[in-house]
Design a protein around this ligand. Structure first.
Ligand SMILES: Nc1ncnc2c1ncn2[C@@H]1O[C@H](COP(=O)(O)OP(=O)(O)OP(=O)(O)O)[C@@H](O)[C@H]1O
Length: 259
């Protein structure tokens, strides 16, 4: 039996005549950061969409901590411990930091009449504990966000918005975090700060595995324990960053030739 957290075998996703994931084998250990790269259209986001249940895969197998998650609905996959961020921000800009992060928990406050009137003390304690939890999480990334927990997300900088999105993914205490191009729309300086955050976060949450999709190769070099390269939905390289840079198939893929 594998000691990997996630194991995908022959994972395939077709859209009509287009094969976006082509019999992909992919595994990640419990505390690993894998950098997932590849030219535009190589299948990286599709892989995340299939893993999180947004797309129903056409064939293959997905095992997460020994549990079969192939073609399971998104709620079941989230409850099993897989969380993600999106390439394009999915934050509700006019809502508060607290509300945006709370979306990532699978818990809801009981807002019914009885809870509000008859169990007012218990309700308030539950709310306070959620506020503490969200505050403690965002503080790890930037204490200034924790001080503005009830301000609209639209008033924050790009990097803080990304941090808030990552917190939304982390609030449910996932064991696998999928980060889809977190540097999109950020300056180089912001990108490096965010990557520091990711490394620090991994050090704090020693059991958290991360798959990072990123076009910025310096970021991949800096944070990845291992790299995987896709081209036309197929894995064309797996190994360390130096090997990736030197690999002729990877070079050909980035120069626009079929691997
Ligand atoms: N919903 C969809 N319907 C049809 N084709 C799709 C769909 N989603 C993705 N594709 C196609 O699947 C292929 C892989 O796309 P995907 O977005 O996964 O690539 P990517 O590696 O994430 O690209 P990028 O780096 O540009 O984000 C592309 O040819 C894309 O056009």
């Amino acid at each position: 039996m594998s000691c990997d957290l996630l194991v995908c075998n022959d994972l395939t996703m077709t859209f009509g005549g287009l094969t976006a994931l082509d019999a992909l084998d992919f595994a990640i250990a419990r505390d690993e950061i894998v950098g997932l790269v590849g030219p535009n259209g190589s299948g990286k986001t599709t892989f995340f969409n299939v893993l999180t249940g947004l797309y129903q895969p056409s064939a293959g197998a997905v095992s997460f901590d020994g549990v079969d998650l192939f073609a399971k609905p998104p709620q079941k996959i989230a409850a099993a411990g897989i969380a993600r961020t999106f390439q394009r921000s999915r934050l509700m800009l006019d809502q508060t930091v607290f509300d945006n992060v709370m979306v990532g928990t699978l818990r809801k406050l009981n807002l019914g009449f009885a809870a509000n009137i008859l169990r007012r003390g218990a309700w308030r304690r539950e709310l306070d504990s959620m506020i503490d939890r969200v505050g403690a999480l965002v503080r790890r990334f930037n204490p200034a966000i924790a001080n503005r927990l009830f301000e609209p997300v639209g008033t924050f900088t790009m990097i803080d918005r990304r941090r808030i999105e990552i917190c939304r993914a982390l609030i449910g205490e996932p064991r696998l975090l999928l980060l889809d191009e977190p540097s999109a729309g950020m300056t180089h300086e912001e990108t490096y700060k965010l990557m520091d955050d990711v490394v620090a976060m991994r050090d704090l949450m020693s059991d958290l595995a991360i798959v990072l999709v990123e076009h910025e190769m310096n970021v991949i070099r800096r944070v990845s324990d291992r790299c995987v390269v896709l081209n036309f939905g197929r894995k064309i390289y797996e190994g360390d960053f130096d090997g990736l840079i030197a690999d002729p198939k990877v070079q050909a893929a980035y120069l626009g030739q079929a691997a």
